[in-house]
Design a binder for this molecule. Structure first.
Ligand code: G3P
Length: 218
C-alpha cells in the first residue's frame, strides 16, 4: 500500500517525507486555502519534498477551463498529478489528460458506479471518500471493497484506488484489508499508525533490563 499525506502544511509534509514512509501528497482547494499560501508556489514547494505524485486540484467546473488550469499546474513540476472532480466535465477532462500521459486523480468519489467511470476515463487514481460517507451514516469501507471487486473484474482497468477522507487508523486498516492501492492520510493519522501501548511498555521493559547489565555498545 502506498501512503500519501493529505495536507497543505509544508512543514508537516517535510517532516513526514523525511521518515521515508511517504509516497506522495494530496491537496484539495480547502487544504490549500487553510495553508494561507499561494497555490502554485505551495505545489512547487511540495514537489521538491517528494518524487511521488503531488495532487493539485483544478478550480474550474467546466471542461475547457479545467484543461487550461491543468496546463498551468502540470508546468509546475514533473510529479504534479491533476486532481479533477468526478463530474461529467471532470471525467471528460480526465480522458483527454490521461490519453496525453498526464497523471490524474479523480476525486469526490462516493459510489462504485462513479469509480467505474473514473477507470473508464483512464484515471491514474480514483479517490473514494470514506469519512464523508461514514459522516452521513453510510459505510465508506464497503465502497472501497466494492471498487476493488469491480476493478479486479476488468484487467484493462489500471486506475489505482486511493482511499481518501480518512478519519482514523481503522479506515486505513479497512482500506488495506480490501486491497486499496493508496491511502492518503492526515499527518496525525499517519503518526497514530505506529503507536501501540504494548510497544511502549515492552520497550521500556527492555531498556530497564538492559540498564542492569551496565553495558554499552558505543
Ligand atoms: O483531500 C481529499 C480528502 O482526503 C479530504 O477528506 O473529508 O477530510 O475533507 P476530508
Amino acid at each position: 500500500m502506498k501512503f500519501f499525506v493529505d495536507t497543505g502544511d509544508i512543514n508537516e509534509i517535510r517532516e513526514l517525507c523525511d521518515t521515508g514512509l511517504v509516497d506522495g501528497v494530496t491537496t484539495n482547494p480547502s487544504l490549500v486555502a487553510s495553508s494561507g499560501k499561494d497555490f502554485k508556489e505551495l505545489i512547487g514547494d511540495i514537489c521538491t519534498l517528494t518524487t511521488g505524485h503531488v495532487s493539485a486540484e483544478v478550480l474550474a467546473t467546466d471542461y475547457r477551463t479545467m484543461l487550461k488550469e491543468a496546463d498551468v499546474l502540470s508546468a509546475i513540476a514533473d510529479n504534479v498529478c491533476i486532481k479533477l472532480p468526478l463530474t461529467p466535465d471532470g471525467l471528460k477532462a480526465c480522458k483527454v489528460l490521461s490519453s496525453n500521459g498526464i497523471a490524474t486523480n479523480v476525486t469526490l468519489c462516493f459510489s462504485a458506479l462513479q469509480a467505474l467511470l473514473a477507470a473508464k476515463a483512464g484515471a491514474t487514481y480514483v479517490s473514494p471518500f470514506i469519512g464523508r460517507l461514514d459522516d452521513i451514516g453510510q459505510n465508506g469501507g464497503d465502497l472501497i471493497a466494492d471498487i476493488v471487486t469491480i476493478y479486479d473484474n476488468y484487467e484493462d482497468y489500471n486506475t489505482q484506488i486511493l482511499a481518501a477522507s480518512i478519519r482514523g487508523p481503522q479506515h486505513v486498516l479497512d482500506a488495506a484489508l480490501s486491497g486499496a492501492h493508496v491511502a492518503t492520510l492526515p499527518p496525525k493519522i499517519l503518526r497514530q499508525m505506529s503507536q501501540h501501548p504494548l510497544t511502549d511498555k515492552g520497550l521500556a521493559g527492555f531498556m530497564k533490563d538492559w540498564e542492569q547489565t551496565g553495558q554499552s555498545l558505543l
